[in-house]
Design a binder for this molecule. Structure first.
Ligand SMILES: [Zn+2]
Length: 131
């Protein structure tokens, strides 16, 4: 199982825009360079490895991204969304509810950063919309 801090990279060009089957021996393709192979051939890398170390630029980058999501209006809208769709239940304990919301915000910020990095690669490769 691949963790949230891990990404799979193409062994040919290093792009993270790879499609792969989660099954052993499943096929994998790279959307950037059109490499084809199996899931096992993909390189599993830490996200931090791609954009720096935890202490260095990578940390600054993810903190900066997190800051984008930490405004109160967004937080309230997000909580409304999470409650509406059953991802979280308000306990009435403001501290507890805030902690859960903060976890979601942190996770959203992390995924957004990954998407930004992937899209940047797509842009560099002249790929439109991952196609
Ligand atoms: Zn590739």
């Amino acid at each position: 199982m691949i963790g949230q801090e891990k990404v799979r990279q193409c062994p040919m060009c290093g792009a993270t825009s790879v499609d792969y089957s989660v099954l052993a021996g499943g096929g994998a393709t790279c959307r950037a360079c059109k490499w084809k192979g199996t899931t096992e051939q993909l390189i599993i890398a830490d996200i931090e490895h791609i954009y720096g170390t935890r202490d260095g630029i990578g940390m600054a980058l993810s903190n900066d991204m997190r800051r984008l999501f930490s405004n109160a209006a967004f937080g309230q809208d997000l909580v409304r969304f999470l409650v509406k769709w059953g991802f979280m239940q308000l306990t009435g304990d403001n501290k507890k509810d805030t902690q859960v919301a903060a976890r979601y915000i942190s996770s959203i910020a992390r995924s957004c950063l990954t998407s930004v990095i992937e899209e940047r690669e797509n842009i560099e490769k002249g790929v439109v919309n991952g196609a």
